[in-house]
Design a protein around this ligand. Sequence first.
Ligand SMILES: Cc1cc2nc3c(=O)[nH]c(=O)nc-3n(C[C@H](O)[C@H](O)[C@H](O)COP(=O)(O)OP(=O)(O)OC[C@H]3O[C@@H](n4cnc5c(N)ncnc54)[C@H](O)[C@@H]3O)c2cc1C
Length: 385
Amino acid sequence: MPDVIVVGAGPVGMLLAAELTRRGVDVTVLERRERSGDGSRAIGLHAPVLAALEDGGATDRILADAVRVSRGEARSDGKLLGVVRFDRLSVRHPYVATLPQAATERALAFGAPSPLRGIAVTGVHPGTADVRLETSGTRRDGEISAPLVVIAGGVGARELVFRPGAVRRTSYPDRYLMSDADVPGRPDSDVAVVHLAASGVLESFPLPGARRRFVAWDAPPAGEDGGFDEPEARLHRLRAAMRDRGETDAADAVTGATGFRVRRVLAPALRRGRVIAIGDSAHEISPIGGQGMNLGLLDAATLAPLLAHWIRSGTEPDAALAAWEGDRLRSARTAGRLAAINMRLGRPVSAVTHAVRTRMLGRALTATGSIVPNAYAMGLDAAAR
Ligand SMILES: Cc1cc2nc3c(=O)[nH]c(=O)nc-3n(C[C@H](O)[C@H](O)[C@H](O)COP(=O)(O)OP(=O)(O)OC[C@H]3O[C@@H](n4cnc5c(N)ncnc54)[C@H](O)[C@@H]3O)c2cc1C
């Protein structure tokens, strides 16, 4: 029987597995997918995460390939509204490191045991001395137990630990189109740019290899209220948004577009006895703000020493786990609020409101000094203090 079973081989589960293994804990990771996904979601790693991953070596592996973004710009109608200087923050890593999620996952998983793939956990049954998991899948139908179980299965595993209705959920009306594209030869190749237009926001973030991530607020086509339409129509709308909002040259470089909607979800608690939920299983944050994965990585990095202590000593670190849970829930609440503000700032508005909004934002970025870069770079997270 392993000491700890981690459910889910996403970035959060694999980081936890690596951090526990490094501390001598015997870990098994169960993953329902046969192969790891290569679709890119998260691209930005913030200062507190980079600091937390230093001891395990993941920070060096990430920084070997990442772009270090030390400056962000807000632009509107071709004009600079304000600058966000990450390089002026007093932190060990005064930048946002950008890397496609698949590459980040490889860097995080180093040293962790290979996940047992093709095994989906279908039931969680806590006992007094261990937790029994029901599993099904191409490799194994049956049961497996461990003294401690961590659910890091993302959105899809939430119902394993929380009753339907127990988790607070807000669905937003906003939808976005996203694409990563080759855009060589830009003078601002290491600058994160947020274009604010009356028709909505367009984010343009650097990626390694002269690539960039574009994310645009998307108006649903007339008559459509539910899912996203055909790929060609999405690509057409993303290119139109890029031309309208300040990325005319890059618009032709974009060759496809995915769509996503946003929700905010926060579990009431992270721990029930020997079962703990972290990452997207416990909280979901709008990608507009770029903190969802970072939040989960900090859950894992701060939980690992507590679980290792529990396994080694045989004694539940109850008080430390309660403090950890309070910190992580507070941090998730803060990140959710910031993402909601970001989304509100990026919605389409009338020309008059747009003029007022850009003037106020320009002044705020100038007057507030390090407040905005600190908040954006997760300086408000409990793990950053
Ligand atoms: C478009 C988009 C852009 C984003 N951009 C950013 C960004 O820039 N910055 C940022 O910080 N975050 C971003 N995020 C959020 C980020 O991608 C997630 O927060 C992160 O992937 C969550 O990691 P996780 O390990 O908790 O869950 P996941 O990545 O979802 O991994 C969970 C794993 O568990 C497995 N699993 C699920 N259920 C079971 C089960 N029952 N049994 C076994 N295995 C199971 C799944 O197959 C999966 O492999 C973005 C998200 C989206 C959608």
